[in-house]
Design a protein around this ligand. Structure first.
Ligand code: AMP
Ligand code: GLY
Length: 433
């Protein structure tokens, strides 16, 4: 492969913006395309109007335009087999193939893998028949339990999981998922599992199929409203490192969860290459896996990559060609926080097209980067065009400063009906007192 490469990033969110920014720092990047990217990436990547799920269109563009390496970021194109299609066209890429992407695309696959290999997770049963599932939850609650989690098997935009605190809630969730098909075919099967308790941690890890290198830990804030109230969202803000994720816990996770998962995927015939995301719950019985994602998290990436020291492209190339063991992967000692500014109403209905002001002022502050997600260009300026609009991220020496600085920067940014949580990092910082 040539020394300076033309690279394409698939996707259009804040996570992709963070990847584009980090790749721009690499001396090995020649041209950089985003398919389709967003208006906030202009000047950093060339925007190509091809949807992330248009596998054939993306492969054709890359082949015709001399793209040397592709970073496939979102779950949909990975589950659709974009990595396989690129490989068939002779174009190397970062990301798992379709078979390995099942670790996220099918919760039944992921749970069965964990059970078979003794990887700590919530105990569960899987069902493809709604009546069997309904009978099971009736018995479950009749035996004295007071909560259960119902999960659609397939991808559901992060909305296929329902925490149920009564038998009625569990029955409603099953009817909605399996009978009314609220999440389409993703609800043909369900996982019903025990409800775990404890702080959550996200750990992203580089993988080349055999070697796994964890990145700095982070904590997402998934609910829409302060105090972890309101509906689940894609993520309203993040901090890194995660104060609950001590080095002792990290060691335990490496031994009991991370390495066994990589080995299990190899053994299943689908070695995992790319970024493997471990959604963990740090319970009083030790860390347990609540989900795998086959990709970088959003907005975890916006706090993790700014702390990465070294060349992201170099590491990604090594993940693709199986030489990650020789990579330099180091993280700075500092901390980062990201506050998501969303359209009022998200994750429900919201209006678009409001002018966004103040991004430049925010970025004049020390250590601030504004990552664009749901933004469009309107009359030559940026306007809102999605649910999660921006991620205002701060890097500082301490987590306390990172959180405070992110909120100072948020005050500089304005658009109509902006909604953001005021308590990103509060719970994590309490644990440091
Ligand atoms: P998932 O899509 O599997 O990540 O689930 C979304 C969110 O639901 C997680 O981030 C947790 O907050 C919550 N959750 C999922 N599984 C469980 C569980 N077994 N116990 C408690 N909370 C859970
Ligand atoms: N922030 C959670 C996710 O990316 O799935």
């Amino acid at each position: 492969m040539r020394n300076a490469l033309n690279v394409a990033v698939i996707g259009s969110g804040g996570r992709e913006h963070a990847i584009v920014k980090k790749l721009r720092e690499s001396v090995r990047v020649a041209g950089l395309y985003a398919l389709p990217g967003n208006a906030g990436m202009k000047g950093q990547a060339e925007l190509v109007p091809i949807r992330a799920t248009d596998v054939a269109g993306a492969v054709r563009f890359c082949a015709e335009n001399g793209v040397d390496f592709v970073v496939v970021t979102p779950d949909d194109p990975l589950a659709l087999g974009m990595v396989d299609a690129l490989e068939a066209a002779g174009i190397p890429s970062f990301g798992p193939n379709k078979a390995a992407a099942r670790i996220e695309a099918s919760k039944v696959f992921a749970k069965d893998l964990m059970k078979k290999h003794g990887i700590p997770t919530a105990s569960y049963e899987a069902f493809d028949d709604a009546e069997d599932a309904l009978r099971y939850v009736k018995n479950y609650f009749a035996s004295g339990r007071d909560s259960v989690v119902v999960k659609a098997d397939g991808l559901a935009l992060g909305k296929g999981v329902t925490l149920c605190h009564s038998c009625k809630e569990a029955e409603d969730a099953l009817v909605m998922t399996m009978k009314e098909k609220k999440f389409g075919d993703s609800g043909n099967r369900v996982v019903i599992e025990e409800c775990l308790e404890g702080p959550e941690a996200s750990v992203l890890a580089f993988c080349d199929g055999k070697t796994l290198v964890p990145m700095v830990s982070s904590m997402d804030h998934k609910r829409a409203l302060d105090g972890d109230r309101g509906p689940n969202t894609g993520g309203m803000g993040t901090i890194a490192p995660n104060p609950f994720y001590t080095s002792a816990i990290a060691g335990e996770c490496m031994e009991k969860i991370f390495i066994p998962t990589v080995e299990a995927m190899r053994e299943s015939g689908s070695p995992f290459k790319g970024c493997l995301y471990f959604g963990l719950m740090l319970t009083k019985d030790g860390p347990k896996t609540i989900e795998y994602n086959c990709r970088f998290g959003d907005p975890e990436t916006q706090v993790v990559l700014p702390l990465l020291e070294g060349d992201l492209l170099e590491i990604m190339l090594r993940c693709a060609d199986g030489t990650l063991d020789a990579a330099q992967v180091r993280f700075s000692k500092g901390a980062a926080a990201c506050v998501v500014m969303a359209s009022g109403g998200y994750p429900g209905q919201y209006a678009n097209g409001f002018a966004i002001r103040g991004i430049d002022d925010a970025q004049k502050l020390d250590g601030i980067t504004v990552y664009c997600a749901g933004v469009v260009e309107k009359d030559g300026a940026l306007a809102t065009g999605g649910g999660r609009v921006l991620g205002v991220a701060a890097k500082a020496d301490t987590l306390k400063d990172a959180v405070a600085n992110a909120y100072k920067a948020v005050e500089k940014v304005h658009f109509e009906n902006a909604h953001y949580r005021k308590d990103i990092g509060t719970y994590g910082l309490q644990s440091l007192r």
